[in-house]
Design a protein around this ligand. Structure first.
Ligand code: G6P
Length: 608
């Protein structure tokens, strides 16, 4: 989704803005632009396509002079990804420039109003109304013009605004869209994402909804929606630049897959004291938990599939009913939720628009909420009653990997924590299960190290037009995520099916040579899944099976085996998914796909 950056200081702004935009590339975009205040007013350059085109057009920024500027990567919503629709947008008098993340929902009404007043629109974007409003309200006081402008806006926005009358000043505003201010020495920054800031400063101010801020090289002042100064804490960013770079891997996705053992370790270790699980800064007492009659997990994409896998552990250990709901459905579904519902919101970015809306709706209905989030200070982390961070570090590839497995690790800890508080697990069983969860990092490493044949397996299947992923129970949850990975990055149609459902439809599509990937780690249901494998084979399919090392029932039937170390099956999704992420990666590589930035996808889906 769109990304914004801004800089004011003594250095030339354009090269820094381009550098910042490159760090936001991973979010997904289709055009980019920068605006810098120079001696002759505001210089704007924008292009459709890659930031490299913008670098070429501006000699890597050296062709544009000025020390204050704003930049934008656009992921088209209103209007095609053309040069004209790219941001920044200029006011008719050329004195103001604006970049915007989010959607102005009442833009059509504002556009008509502004047109009637004589403002000319050059783009089809919702954003352009903002710059004309600023021009309309400006009477020499930029702060007041910004406040009046945002008071007219409905929807979501993170805005960066330039004005030639204050050539070393940036104004920003936030409503339902991430915005972080970077505090430097003699220079200051803003960005929609900390990854664009980490190479310049580790000191950050997280803006809240309804706030605006004024940045000059000398300082930052934040105001509330009525223009009163707000004291904001300066937080320390813990991510470093290396963590946001490829570190010798061909792709961020491969690096992030390989980082999973360390990432899961980082999610688990700080929460273990002896045999106890300690939640971060809060506690759910036995009484709190007894007051809960159901748990609802809500999320989007892979985070939703993490919820699907986590449900089995929570229900099994806590014996509390769990429903897993797509946030985009839950928010409009008139859900049956009250103060006896515990809502678990799962999100890597903490900024997914549907997930935020579902959280707010459930809070309105009285639910208590716990968020499982990676990005510190993100909107969901701030909104939820309690937050459990996944501590996965920056995830750059659009298709999540370590984000997903760390979500699972935290869900497993939560399940054991709650079950123990409720007295639903004997000490010995609890301790044995905890040991299994804690064995995950080491076993994930083995699952990575021992599967040398995955590139060769990818060569066998990369030309297929469609792949089926099957499994039962926890294995089905893995199949869902594995199929999503495959389609996201390799563009091969991949469908996942609960193995027991095959006879109700999908089997009609199984022909000679069709490839089926069967996840076979749920030992309790293995004979059933093996029967499904036989049914596939009887119709000519080739079966690749994921199974525990030495699992003869599967080895005897599958055409190819991907083996993983043994673990308590209920935790196997976090392990079984790893070689399947790698398989998707190698298939996409065979097909020459843009693995880190798949077409049409965005890392952080901040619009509905
Ligand atoms: C996008 C990403 C997915 C992610 C989903 C939910 O679709 O490409 O990888 O699972 O958003 O994102 P969240 O940040 O809420 O986990």
């Amino acid at each position: 989704m769109c990304g914004i950056v801004g800089f004011t200081g003594k250095q030339q702004a354009a090269p820094l803005l381009l550098e910042g935009l490159k760090r936001l590339e991973y979010r997904g975009y289709d055009s980019a632009g920068i605006a810098v205040i120079g001696d002759a007013g505001i210089a704007v350059e924008k292009v459709s396509g890659r930031i490299d085109n913008l670098c070429e057009k501006t000699d890597n920024g050296k062709a544009i002079f000025g020390t204050t500027g704003i930049g934008h990567t656009r992921w088209a919503t209103h209007g095609a990804p053309t040069d004209l629709n790219a941001h920044p947008h200029l006011s008719n008098d050329g004195r103001f420039a604006v970049v915007h993340n989010g959607i102005i929902e009442n833009y059509a009404v504002l556009r008509e109003e502004l047109k009637a007043k004589g403002y000319r629109f050059l783009s089809e974007t919702d954003t352009e109304v903002v710059v004309h409003l600023v021009e309309m309200f400006y009477d020499g006081d930029l702060k007041s013009a910004v406040l009046k402008t945002v008071s007219r806006l409905e929807g979501s926005y993170a805005l960066g605004i330039l004005c030639t009358d204050q050539p070393d000043t940036l104004f920003v505003a936030r409503e339902h869209s991430p915005l972080i201010l970077g505090v430097g020495v003699g220079e200051n920054y803003f960005a929609s994402d900390v990854t664009a800031l980490v190479s310049y400063t580790k000191n950050a101010i997280y803006m809240d909804d309804g706030e605006i801020a004024e940045l000059t090289p000398q300082g930052i002042t934040v105001y509330d929606c009525r223009g009163r100064e707000v004291e904001k804490p300066v937080s320390r960013i813990t991510w470093d630049v290396e963590a946001a770079e490829k570190g010798g891997y061909d792709h961020f996705m491969l690096k992030e897959i390989m980082e999973q053992p360390q990432a899961v370790q980082a999610a688990l270790t700080p929460r273990i004291r002896g045999k106890d699980i300690v939640l971060d800064d809060f506690e759910l007492t036995a009484e709190d938990l007894r007051n809960i009659d159901k748990i609802v997990i809500t999320a989007c994409g892979s985070a939703y599939y993490a919820g699907c896998a986590g449900k089995y552990a929570i229900e099994e250990f806590c014996r509390i009913p769990v429903s897993v709901e797509l946030a985009s459905e839950l928010r409009y579904g008139n859900p049956i939720i009250d103060e006896h519902t515990l809502l678990i919101v799962v999100s890597q970015s903490g900024e997914t628009a549907d997930t935020i809306a579902a959280l707010k709706e459930c809070q309105r209905l009285g639910a208590k909420s716990v968020a499982i989030v990676n990005v510190v200070g993100s909107t969901i982390a701030k909104l939820a009653d309690h937050t459990l961070y996944t501590w996965a570090g920056p995830e750059i590839a659009v298709a999540t990997t370590k984000g997903y497995t760390t979500q699972l690790a935290v869900l497993y800890l939560f399940a054991l924590y709650a079950a123990r508080k409720l007295g639903r697990l004997e000490d010995a069983a609890y301790e044995a299960l905890l040991d299994e969860v804690l064995s995950l990092p080491q076993k994930m490493q083995q699952a990575i190290d021992k599967n040398h044949a995955l590139p060769a397996l990818a060569k066998k299947i990369h030309t297929f037009h469609s792949l089926f992923f099957i499994g039962r129970n926890t294995d089905w949850a893995v199949a869902l995520e594995a199929a999503l990975k495959m389609k996201e990055i390799s563009y091969i149609h991949a469908e996942s099916y609960a193995a027991g459902e095959l006879k109700h439809g999908t089997i009609a599509l199984i022909d000679e040579g069709q490839s089926v990937i069967a996840v076979c780690c749920n030992e309790r249901l293995l004979d059933k899944t093996v029967s499904n494998i036989l049914e596939m084979k009887a119709r000519g399919a080739k079966v690749i099976a994921v199974a525990f090392q030495g699992e003869r029932r599967v080895i005897a039937q599958a055409d190819d085996i991907i083996s993983i170390p043994h673990i308590e099956p209920i935790f196997s999704p976090a392990l079984a998914v790893v070689p399947l992420q790698l398989l998707a990666y190698y298939v996409a590589r065979e097909n020459g796909c843009d693995i880190d930035k798949p077409k049409n996808l965005a890392k952080s889906v901040t619009v509905e």
